[in-house]
Design a protein around this ligand. Structure first.
Ligand code: NDP
Length: 285
């Protein structure tokens, strides 16, 4: 076989992006499977996104991850957007199919895989409470709705944002989704089976912060999940553990969304264990 010195390229575009650890786990996965692929972490300013996508096309790059602030702005630069990503209204993963760039969203799917595989919980028929109404919350609520969750309550600081998201997703998914603005302390109801923090409360460097929730009425098998992955052990998860409630950290969502992306780009099953280990090492945990 003739020598082939050409590597396949994938990149994460964002600003700021330097502290995004996704590349570590994707590079570890490429190495583990002996693939000559590279994952680049590239800072792209909002006014340079169009130029960056021209570059992606010119280089024949195989795929992308998008992070803040490009997840919505990328939509107009793509040839196609998958229906669930269109429902979410944001794209975190792009896959090149022939010469077409197709946008997808793996955030909510990664979360759901973590719930099913790592926590061994099926949200179908359960009541869920999602804290937050930003991009992560929207992806999580969409996938929970599509997975047959019986009822979803969105609790958010800004009522307008919660209402807009809930009205839209309830109409488009047919799932019973309600919202309420955040009281001083939100009492998690006894019949909730899933609680998800999809706000940025507790995110590094603000690691002492905790979403103002009261878990005292929670049923013993309430699964408490956090989208925040840095630190993986947030104050919310620590509080849940003290009550012996099952927990799921944000690393689970991060690894599984990356694993779905890996499979979309390479066509091969992702080595999830290798990816998780690489991530833990990079984050020093
Ligand atoms: P957004 O900026 O889109 O949304 C932030 C959300 O947090 C909003 O609902 C906002 O409420 C709420 N919020 C922020 N600060 C406060 C506060 N002090 N009090 C009450 N509410 C607050 O961010 P994203 O949705 O993109 O990200 C949210 C979190 O999810 C981040 O920590 C991010 O790192 C994490 N994430 C994790 C992923 C993973 O794979 N594990 C993937 C994607 C995100 P309001 O509307 O009132 O402003």
């Amino acid at each position: 076989m003739p020598a082939n010195f050409k590597a396949e390229l994938v990149a994460c575009l964002g600003q700021p992006v330097a502290e995004n650890p996704t590349g570590v786990m994707q590079e570890a996965a490429f190495r583990a499977l002996g693939l000559d692929w590279r994952y680049l972490t590239i800072e792209v300013a909002p006014d340079q996104l169009a130029n960056a996508i021209t570059g992606v096309r010119a280089f024949g790059m195989r795929g992308l991850n998008l992070t803040i602030p490009h997840k919505v702005a990328i939509l107009r630069h793509l040839d196609e957007v998958a229906p669930d990503a269109a429902l979410i209204g944001a794209v975190n993963t792009v896959c090149r199919q022939g010469d077409r760039l197709v946008g997808m969203n793996t955030d909510g799917k990664g979360f759901l895989r973590g719930v099913r595989i790592d926590a061994r919980v099926d949200p179908k028929g359960k009541k869920a409470v999602v804290l937050g109404a930003g991009g992560a919350a929207r992806a999580i609520v969409t996938e929970l709705a599509l997975a047959g969750t019986e009822e979803i309550l969105v609790v958010n600081r800004s009522a307008d944002r919660a209402k807009a998201m809930v009205d839209d997703l309830a109409a488009r998914t047919g799932c019973k989704i309600r919202w309420q603005s955040w009281p001083e302390i939100y009492q998690v109801p006894e019949d909730a089976g899933l609680l998800v923090n999809a706000t940025s409360i507790g995110l590094y460097p603000d690691i002492g912060a905790m979403p103002p929730v009261d878990l005292s009425c929670a049923q013993p098998d309430l699964l408490v999940c956090d989208a925040v992955f840095n630190p993986p052990e947030t104050r919310l998860l620590a509080a849940a553990r003290r009550r012996s409630l099952p927990v799921l950290d944000g690393l689970s969502m991060l690894v599984h969304q990356g694993a779905i992306g890996f499979q979309l780009w390479t066509g091969q099953e992702a080595p999830v264990g290798v990816m998780k280990q690489a991530l833990r090492k990079a984050l020093g945990i």
